[in-house]
Design a protein around this ligand. Sequence first.
Ligand code: NAP
Length: 431
Amino acid sequence: MQSEYRPIRVALLGAGSVGAQVARLLIENREELAKRVGAELQLVGVAVRDTKAKRGAEIPQDLITSDAESILTGADIVIELMGGIDPAYDLIKKALNSGADVITANKALIAAKGNELIDLAQQLGAQLYYEAAVGGAIPIIRPLRESLAGDKINRVMGIVNGTTNYILDQMDSKNVDFQSALKEAQVLGYAEADPTADIEGFDAASKAAILASLAFHSDVPVEKVHREGITSITSAQIQTARQAGYALKLLAIGERVDQGLVVRVHPTLIPLNHPLAAVRGAYNAVFVEAESAGRLMFYGAGAGGKQTASAVLGDLVSAAKRHLAGGPGLASSTHANLNVLPVQSTRTRFQITLRVSDQPGVLASIAGEFAAQNISVETVAQSVPGDGEPAAVLTIMTHIASEGDLEKVVESISKNKAVVSVESVLRVEGI
Ligand code: NAP
């Protein structure tokens, strides 16, 4: 195709799961992309650590280098798909300083340095794109950043980590324990050899910080995201939840509360008829509640080389068009400057499961502890423990209460002589 414009020079940092697929699509769809953009997209270099390694795409060997900095020179657009903070952070800054637009899928980096890099880009007349950093193939960054920019979002709630959703789903549907489900996720490539970032909720916390920052036009440091992982969840808990009409999911939640925001990641009960309860396997979904738009759900593949490459290519076409049309890039939007408050400011429902001694007066004594903190109890169910011990299991569902008050009740209940143990405290959302 003849174009009035010179080719747009694209440098690729990283050719692993995602990068190799981006390279493949750039090479295979070269003509079609040129038509969509109005100029050719020319891959000018691909930086990797091991230049001899076999790649998931046929990348011309003369484009491959281990000298990442060298391919930044003269690039119009730099795509960072290396992961991690170092050297990605420095390379992105160098790319922006040399006038290039930058595309990244690096949630850890965006959560830690996103607003700084977005503003640096804007000051330099460039733009930072990061659609693939949350939810893989799912378009969610652009809808929050642009499509919903005229609305007021009250809450974002999402399943943003496919590994943990896969594990919880296996524990639910196959009644297997956490370790077996994790092993299977590792065999299938859904979980890494070191699964800490996923199962302890670090990955979801980074994504929660990114989503909340965009949704609430505020700076949300990842350190202020309350984080709990799924390692202590048992399949018995999931089965009991299902019998009571709930699914147990690791949710990332950002919401407005009095005086600011709370952003949190933790295992959560949601009613089985809530759209997020239907998100199975390694899929992701983000549920947005906005004042005018109402409830929206964005659903799809949250990871995978090819799927994530789709989001990167979408950013690439946008960046290339902006490169041709010119004009300023988008700045960060933190003008609302809402405070990110501790999780104790959350108001939600709770399910508390207690093992108590099976004797008269226990129920009244426990109910009194809730009343003392002004927490209203909706239901109490009593069952016998599965292990045949001479005790009773109480499952208490509260009305909406403050997390701070609930913590006080749990503390006093655990000292109550009739209570053998507090088995679990779970937040309940989506009612
Ligand atoms: P990956 O498979 O580990 O690939 C990383 C690539 O970067 C490799 O090609 C590696 O080279 C290269 N690299 C790393 N450090 C380098 C350095 N210092 N100098 C030069 N090259 C270097 O990672 P990935 O799964 O594609 O993920 C890339 C990014 O996308 C990450 O930020 C990740 O969080 C994000 N992401 C991934 C997915 C997914 O499904 N995988 C989904 C959403 C977002 P070698 O190949 O030679 O080691």
